[in-house]
Design a protein around this ligand. Structure first.
Ligand code: MG
Length: 259
C-alpha cells in the first residue's frame, strides 16, 4: 500500500492511497497512521494534487551516520561498530518538489539519498526480531548536509538540521523488503549514487533496536538509515532526485537563500 499526504488547491492536507503506477490517488478519511483506512470515494490524478511530506515526524527524525562501508570510506574512516545516531528537528522536513534552501552559513551543501523508516506505534526497547511490528512503512529521504559546518561544528545538529534539509516522500510504501532495494541518486539527471539497501552495515531491525534502547519511539517518528557512497555538493539551481525501487522518486530543487 502506498500512502500519500496531499493538498488540492487551498484545501487542508489529506491522505490518500496511490495506485501501483503512481498515477491515481484515492482519498481516505483521517490519518492512516492512527485510524483504519476508510476511502471517501473521491479520487484524483496524482498530477492534479500537490504531494506533501507523507509524514510530519511527531517527535523526531533519527539519523544514522556512516551505515554503508563505501560511504564511511569516502568520508575517511571505517563504519562504527554500533549505529551512530543523531537527531534532526522535525522543522527540517519538507515534501516532494519543495525547494531545499541552502543557508548563507554554508558554502558546501551535499545530498545524501537514504531509505527512511516510518514508525507506526509507540515503543521502547524493541528487540530486533520484533522490529517489523513497529514499522508503519518506508519512504525516501535526502539527508541534506552542510558538509563544511559538519566538519567545523564537531557535531551535526546544525549541519543536518537547517530548515528544508530533510525532504521526505513521495509517499509511504507499507510493503517493502528494506534490504532488497536499489537506491539511486541523480544530480540534474546524472547518476551520482547507485547502491543497494542490502549493503547497510546495520539493517533496519538492528537500527530500531538500537534507537529504541535509547529513545521512546512515537508513531510518525522517522529513522534515516544512512547513505551509500557518492555524496557530493549541490549548486543553486540544481535538482536532486533520490529513487528507491519499490517506493518511488523524491525530487527537490535546491536554491540559495539570498539574505
Ligand atoms: Mg546521512
Amino acid at each position: 500500500m502506498r500512502i500519500a499526504r496531499f493538498t488540492v488547491g487551498d484545501g487542508d492536507p489529506a491522505y490518500g492511497l496511490v495506485d501501483g503506477a503512481g498515477e491515481r490517488l484515492a482519498e481516505v478519511a483521517g490519518d492512516p497512521l492512527y485510524q483504519r483506512i476508510d476511502l471517501t470515494g473521491t479520487t484524483y490524478d496524482v498530477a492534479d494534487v500537490r504531494l506533501l511530506a507523507p509524514v510530519i515526524p511527531r517527535s523526531k527524525v533519527i539519523g544514522i551516520g556512516k551505515n554503508y562501508h563505501d560511504h564511511a570510506a569516502e568520508m575517511g574512516g571505517a563504519a562504527p561498530a554500533e549505529p551512530l545516531m543523531f537527531l534532526i528537528p522535525n522543522t527540517a522536513v519538507i515534501g516532494p518538489g519543495d525547494p531545499v534552501v541552502m543557508p548563507r552559513q554554508s558554502s558546501e551543501v551535499h545530498y545524501e539519498g537514504e531509505l527512511a523508516v516510518v514508525i507506526g506505534r509507540l515503543c521502547k526497547d524493541v528487540a530486533a526480531e520484533d522490529a517489523a511490528a513497529v514499522i508503519f512503512g518506508y519512504t525516501v529521504a535526502n539527508d541534506v548536509t552542510a558538509r563544511d559546518l559538519q566538519r567545523g561544528d564537531g557535531q551535526w545538529s546544525r549541519a543536518k538540521g537547517f530548515d528544508t534539509f530533510c525532504p521526505l516522500g513521495p509517499w509511504i510504501e507499507t510493503d517493502l523488503d528494506p534490504a532488497g532495494q536499489q537506491l539511486t541518486t541523480r544530480l540534474d539527471g546524472e547518476v551520482v549514487q547507485d547502491g543497494s539497501t542490502g549493503d547497510m552495515v546495520h539493517g533496519v531491525a538492528a537500527l530500531i533496536a538500537h534507537a529504541s534502547a535509547a529513545f521512546t519511539l512515537l508513531p510518525g517518528d522517522v529513522i534515516l538509515t544512512g547513505t551509500p557512497a557518492g555524496v557530493g555538493p549541490v549548486a543553486a539551481g540544481q535538482r536532486v532526485e533520490v529513487e528507491i525501487d519499490g517506493i518511488g522518486v523524491l525530487s527537490n530543487p535546491f536554491v540559495r537563500r539570498e539574505t
